[in-house]
Design a protein around this ligand. Structure first.
Ligand code: FMN
Length: 220
């Protein structure tokens, strides 16, 4: 697939077919993602791929923690406020989603349902967690973001769907325990991965983007 098409077409997938992705295809995706650039080629990424019973068990555990109102233990703090431009983009997302689905995304009752969907990895057959050493600098967080995008683009180029999920890191401490990840690592991102369900209306939604002139200044 052409890179320009891949960049334009990739979008978050939130309804998956249940069939698992063959291990060889998952390996191809990771093989491509590893070509991501990183600060001094430090390659600050550690990846766990969960499938089958392991994925189900982690999913059940996160939902149990949510139901028990256990406080979050995320390694990366959730943003408390946004600058005006980002605030406007976020509210545009909420408005268009609400128009398309009829669901009020800011309804507090909905948060639990949304979290449960996230903790179930939206029914995807695979969950991917991205970690790195906690002593790494902000540049390494940046690098892991690049890696995540490479992974999502590689997956899309192979006919697979993904969604990056900050919510899937809510119980980072417990997730690390479950996965036997040593202390001193930070959990940065969770992703769901599988074959997209092409019929699902949720998968048909496209998010918008600012026009180039809104975020670029040309100096000559
Ligand atoms: C760092 C990060 C965290 C995200 N967290 C979540 C999440 O917890 N749950 C979710 O459903 N989508 C999550 N998303 C997906 C965004 O909502 C999505 O990327 C954005 O709305 C743009 O839509 P698109 O991916 O379809 O282009 C996250 C995306 C990023 C990059």
């Amino acid at each position: 697939m052409e890179a320009s098409r891949c960049l334009q077409e990739r979008k978050s997938i939130r309804v998956f077919k249940p069939e698992p992705v063959p291990r060889a295809l998952l390996e191809e995706v990771l093989e491509l993602a590893r070509w991501s650039p990183s600060y001094k080629n430090s390659q600050p990424w550690e990846v766990v791929v969960l499938s089958g019973e392991q994925k189900e068990a982690l999913s059940r555990e996160m939902i149990r923690l949510l139901e028990a109102n256990v406080p979050k233990s995320a390694d990366l703090a959730a943003p408390q406020s946004w600058p005006p431009t980002q605030e406007a983009n976020i509210s545009q997302l909420y408005t268009s989603r609400q128009e398309a689905t009829g669901v009020d995304l800011q309804d507090p009752q909905l948060i639990k349902k949304t979290k449960k969907a996230n903790f179930s990895f939206y029914g995807a057959p695979h969950a991917i967690y991205l970690f790195q050493d906690n002593s790494l600098s902000q540049w390494s967080l940046f690098d892991l973001g690049l890696f995540a995008q490479s992974l999502m683009l590689a997956a899309h180029s192979k006919g697979l769907g993904t969604v990056p999920q900050a919510f899937a890191t809510d119980y980072a401490r417990e997730i690390k325990e479950f996965l036997a990840i040593p202390a001193g690592k930070r959990l940065v991102l969770g992703l769901s991965l599988g074959y997209p369900d092409p019929e699902a209306s949720l998968n048909k939604l496209r998010t918008e983007r600012m026009e180039v002139e809104k975020f670029v200044r040309w100096l000559e």
